[in-house]
Structure formats: structure tokens, C-alpha cells
Write a protein that binds this ligand. Structure first.
Ligand SMILES: Cc1cc2nc3c(=O)[nH]c(=O)nc-3n(C[C@H](O)[C@H](O)[C@H](O)COP(=O)(O)OP(=O)(O)OC[C@H]3O[C@@H](n4cnc5c(N)ncnc54)[C@H](O)[C@@H]3O)c2cc1C
Length: 379
């Protein structure tokens, strides 16, 4: 976009993470679409700082958006990756009970999985679990056959290509500074890194700005606290750090993601072992609440080595401190604050404005049905 230009589109989408890109790929088939992203390329925030797991839908409250869209998104994501040559592997995953875990906890996860109609879940004995993952001292386990891993950046790239091929205009290095509603349309002020301001007008606005979603909604005049007719739009950030297993002897130490029993009270699933599509082994993420005004700093540090090692050694006892190094850092956009019950995704439509709030995990897995739902709301 050039300085002082005015662009008109049916739909403007803010944010080129996997959610905004999936919405662009879907809507550009039938509408003129402009996607505005402040970074120089797609997937520079949460969409490239995650575990890359294609989730099965086990843990979410039955009937919630997280549950339904994850269950729908899992096969849709495998099919998309197959059709668009994105690397994805149906590895399955293990949720393991370890010495000292409370009795019945694994059974509670199995009941939740069954209530959520998760396919291909089975309970394993210690011997069966150890046959699958000989390094992990499981006393019992659940195997989830539909879980897998995906190259998240490759997936984002394929969505971007699909959006472009369908005619979407992608405006990188442009930040939406202000939005106003003018009768039946929206007017956005967008600035480039040199400070030049452009105007974009559109009939529909999709806020897929991730951690930036509340600020954009507030600029449009919505109260973040909600009211009798509008939901709260406030979000909080919860940091997830990873450590990478760097010692070469751990290459192929496990064949699939391995999770301990979940700790929902801590805001995450507990430090687990993940592998990525090139076979590297990672630990994490942990979960740490940030103050609401904290900047999201993607640089890693070595502040949690002891805690990570202690948690990871329960799953991989021969791991030593020198085998691991600080890895990536991601930030969960959460609608619940510390100590509050887990909140659901928010997909909220109000007079041509669609707000996507709290799209934390399993947002990568659920991205295609989230896009389909946005298209349905705008029809
Ligand atoms: C630690 C961690 C692990 C996870 N693991 C998994 C997993 O294994 N499986 C899974 O399914 N999900 C996982 N997730 C969730 C998944 O990563 C997210 O749901 C998904 O990436 C969200 O994508 P998004 O497009 O909403 O957000 P983002 O990727 O953050 O994109 C939002 C974009 O909006 C842009 N933006 C914001 N404000 C503005 C503005 N004013 N103007 C222009 N651009 C703007 C930002 O620059 C950003 O690029 C994980 C998340 C975290 C944090």
C-alpha cells in the first residue's frame, strides 16, 4: 500500500497467523480480501512458537468450541497437509502415568476422551507402553492414535499461498492503528514502518490479531469487560518456554509426543516431550502467567533449566543437565486469568465485525474449522 492510499475490500482480516491466513484462504474464494499484518511475513508470533501437535480433542470441556473445532480440525488438517504437500505425521501420542501419580487419574482422562468421542483412544499396560517408548518408565498409559505433528510454518506458508491464489491482497509490514465504524462499513488506519498512513475501508472486519485482538476491539469502541449484550474481550498472556534436547544420543529417543498427566490448574498440559517433523526432541512448554502490561519477549533465556530437567527426567530418566539448551518461547492468549477456570475460544460476530479471542491451543489444529465458522457468520 502506498502512503495516503485508500483501499476498498469486502473483508479486511487483521493478523497473518494461521487463523487469519486460514480465514483469508476461505473468504478470498468468494470475496475481495485484504489481510493486514504488522510483521514482514506470516506466522511470526504464536503460530510459529508452539508445539506443532495435531491434537485429538481429549481434554476440552465436552461441547465447547475447543472440543468441537479440534475434533473437526484434526482430520481436516491431515487432509489439507496431504493435498498441499505440508509435512505432517500421524505419530500418535502417549499420556503416561508414572510412579507416584495418583490412582485413577489416567482413567479420568480416558473418560473425558470417551465423552468427547475422540477416535482411536486405548488404555495400555506398562508393558505395552514401554514396548512403544522403551525409554519412558510408564506404569500405565493412554494411546491416542489420531494425534500427530505438523510443520506449523509450512502449514502457514501453504495457507498464504492458497489465500494469494484465491486473490487475497497481503499487506505485510502494515499495522492497524485505529478502526472506526461508519454506518455499515469500517475504516482502518494502517501505518507502515516509515510512519506513512493508509486507509482501508471494508464491509466486514475479522479480528485475528492474536495477542493484539483486545487492543483492536477497544479501538473500535468495544469494552474489554463486556456488558449485558457483549462478551468480555480481555485477554491475558501465559508464557510457555521450551528446552531443546541437544545431545546427539537422544536423536530418535522417542517416536511420538509423550505427555505426563495434565495439570490444568497450572494453565498448561505439564512439561512434555515433543518431537518435530525433522525428528528433534523438545521439552515443554511450561506455563507462567505474565502481568497484563508485560511485553511479549520471544528471546529465550536459561532461567528454568533445573525445573525442566526435574520434570523431564520423570519421562526420560537418563537426561542430564548438559543434554538440554533453552529453546523457543511462546505466549498463550488466554481469556481466563490465573486461577480462573479454563475459558473457551471466543468467535463473536457483531454487525460485520468478527472477533477471534483466546485462540490458544488447539488453535493450530482447529484453524480450518475456525475459518469455516467465520465464513458462516459473515454469510
Ligand atoms: C506454547 C504454545 C504451544 C501451542 N501448541 C499447540 C499445539 O501443539 N497444537 C495446536 O493445535 N495449537 C497449539 N498452540 C496454539 C496455536 O499456536 C495458536 O492457537 C495459533 O497459532 C493462533 O494463531 P493466530 O493466528 O490466532 O495468532 P498469531 O499467530 O499470534 O497471529 C496474530 C497476528 O496478528 C498480528 N497483529 C496483531 N495486532 C496487529 C495489528 N494491530 N496490525 C497488524 N497485525 C497485527 C500479529 O503480528 C500476528 O502475526 C500453542 C500455543 C502456544 C502459545
Amino acid at each position: 500500500m502506498t502512503s495516503d492510499s485508500v483501499v476498498d475490500a469486502d473483508v479486511v482480516i487483521v493478523g497473518a497467523g494461521v487463523i487469519g491466513l486460514a480465514v483469508a484462504a476461505e473468504l478470498a474464494r468468494t470475496h475481495s480480501v485484504v489481510l493486514v499484518e504488522r510483521h514482514e511475513a506470516y506466522a511470526r508470533e504464536t503460530s510459529s512458537h508452539n508445539s506443532g501437535v495435531i491434537h485429538a480433542g481429549i481434554y476440552y470441556a465436552t461441547g465447547s468450541l475447543k472440543h468441537r473445532l479440534c475434533i473437526a480440525g484434526n482430520p481436516a488438517l491431515y487432509a489439507w497437509c496431504e493435498a498441499h504437500h505440508v509435512t505432517a505425521r500421524r505419530t500418535g501420542k502417549l499420556i503416561v502415568a508414572l510412579d507416584g501419580d495418583r490412582d485413577g487419574a489416567l482413567d479420568a482422562v480416558l473418560q473425558q476422551a470417551r465423552a468427547n468421542a475422540v477416535p482411536s483412544i486405548e488404555a495400555l499396560t506398562a508393558a505395552e507402553a514401554r514396548a512403544m517408548e522403551p525409554e519412558v518408565p510408564a506404569t500405565a498409559a493412554l494411546y491416542s492414535g489420531s494425534t500427530g505433528i505438523v510443520d506449523a510454518i509450512g502449514y502457514a506458508r501453504s495457507l498464504e499461498a492458497a489465500a494469494r491464489a484465491a486473490g487475497a491482497l497481503l499487506a505485510y509490514r502494515h499495522e492497524v492503528r485505529r478502526v472506526e465504524r461508519l454506518n455499515d462499513t469500517f475504516r482502518l488506519e494502517v501505518s507502515d514502518p516509515d510512519g506513512a498512513v493508509s486507509t482501508v475501508r471494508c464491509a466486514a472486519l475479522v479480528n485475528a490479531a492474536g495477542h493484539g485482538a483486545p487492543a483492536l476491539a477497544a479501538s473500535l469502541g468495544y469494552s474489554l469487560d463486556g456488558d449485558a449484550t457483549k462478551p468480555p474481550l480481555r485477554q491475558h498472556a501465559n508464557r510457555g518456554r521450551y528446552y531443546d534436547v541437544v545431545a546427539p544420543e537422544f536423536a530418535r529417543a522417542i517416536s511420538r509426543p509423550v505427555y505426563p498427566l495434565p495439570r490444568h490448574d497450572l494453565g498448561g498440559l505439564g512439561v512434555h516431550l515433543t518431537i518435530d517433523t525433522d525428528g528433534s526432541l523438545h521439552l515443554g512448554p511450561d506455563a507462567e502467567w505474565l502481568p497484563d502490561d508485560a511485553a511479549l519477549d520471544y528471546r529465550s533465556d536459561d532461567a528454568r533449566r533445573d525445573e525442566f530437567l526435574a520434570s523431564a527426567q520423570r519421562l526420560l530418566p537418563r537426561l542430564r543437565a548438559e543434554d538440554i539448551a533453552p529453546g523457543q518461547v511462546g505466549y498463550r492468549p488466554k481469556r481466563n486469568a490465573a486461577g480462573e477456570p479454563e475459558a473457551d475460544f471466543l468467535i463473536w460476530h457483531n454487525r460485520g465485525y468478527v472477533h477471534l479471542g483466546g485462540i490458544e491451543s488447539p488453535g493450530l489444529t482447529a484453524s480450518l474449522p475456525i475459518a469455516a465458522e467465520v465464513a458462516r457468520l459473515l454469510r
